[in-house]
Design a protein around this ligand. Structure first.
Ligand SMILES: CC(C)(COP(=O)(O)OP(=O)(O)OC[C@H]1O[C@@H](n2cnc3c(N)ncnc32)[C@H](O)[C@@H]1OP(=O)(O)O)[C@@H](O)C(=O)NCCC(=O)NCCS
Length: 172
């Protein structure tokens, strides 16, 4: 199994994987929208004997404090591993590869919306602990699931802030 950046030849395999791993087509559509948005994204695949068995996508996110200070980082979403290859560490390896590369670029932090038990294993902490909220969740209903990880020794900003993903996420 190898983990490498995705290229155009991988798109069909990624599409099939996302549609298999998630109950609906939303994540597959999201990835198409993010690619079309021409942002500074990172898309990796895990390949096993020529087959796409895992994928992970990172895209830029912005945080804004009440005072209007802007912070820029990265958001992890979506990620998936084919059901028959799950629980073999492929998901964790995709996260680690992605974050290592983004750290080397100087990206200061990464957010994710997901299961706290799963992402906590990779060093994510609740974003609410530093006063950060996901902008579409002002009441904090998903506060436990919205998590952040500082990268490369960067200190997380100490101002409460609202975090926005790319507009492509609004359609999901
Ligand atoms: C989430 C996902 C990518 C994990 O991939 P994976 O390759 O199985 O992950 P790993 O092998 O690194 O880790 C597996 C461990 O995490 C646990 N785990 C997996 N998904 C979990 C979840 N949603 N909540 C809590 N724990 C979870 C497993 O129980 C397993 O624990 P164990 O080793 O003690 O049995 C995969 O389960 C998946 O594709 N799920 C469907 C799509 C999805 O929900 N994606 C995440 C949201 S964007």
């Amino acid at each position: 199994m190898q983990i490498r950046p995705a290229d155009a030849d991988d798109h069909a395999g990624i599409d099939a994987l996302l549609k298999t791993a998630f109950p609906g087509p939303e994540e597959a559509r999201l990835v198409v929208s993010l690619r079309a948005a021409d942002q500074d994204t990172l898309e990796l695949v895990a390949e096993d004997h020529g087959r796409t068995v895992g994928t992970i996508f990172f895209s830029p996110v912005q945080a804004v404090s009440a005072a209007g200070t802007e912070f820029y980082g990265i958001g992890l979403a979506p990620m998936a591993v084919t059901p028959e290859h799950q629980r073999r560490g492929i998901g964790s390896a995709l996260i680690e590869h992605g974050l290592t590369f983004l750290t080397s670029l100087g990206v200061p932090w990464c957010v994710v919306l997901g299961d706290p038990a799963y992402y906590g294993r990779s060093g994510f902490q609740p974003a609410g602990s530093i006063g950060w909220r996901w902008d579409v969740d002002p009441d904090g209903i998903h506060a436990d699931a919205f998590m952040i990880k500082a990268l490369g020794g960067h200190a997380l900003p100490e101002q409460a802030a609202k975090v926005s993903y790319h507009p492509a996420f609004d359609a999901v």
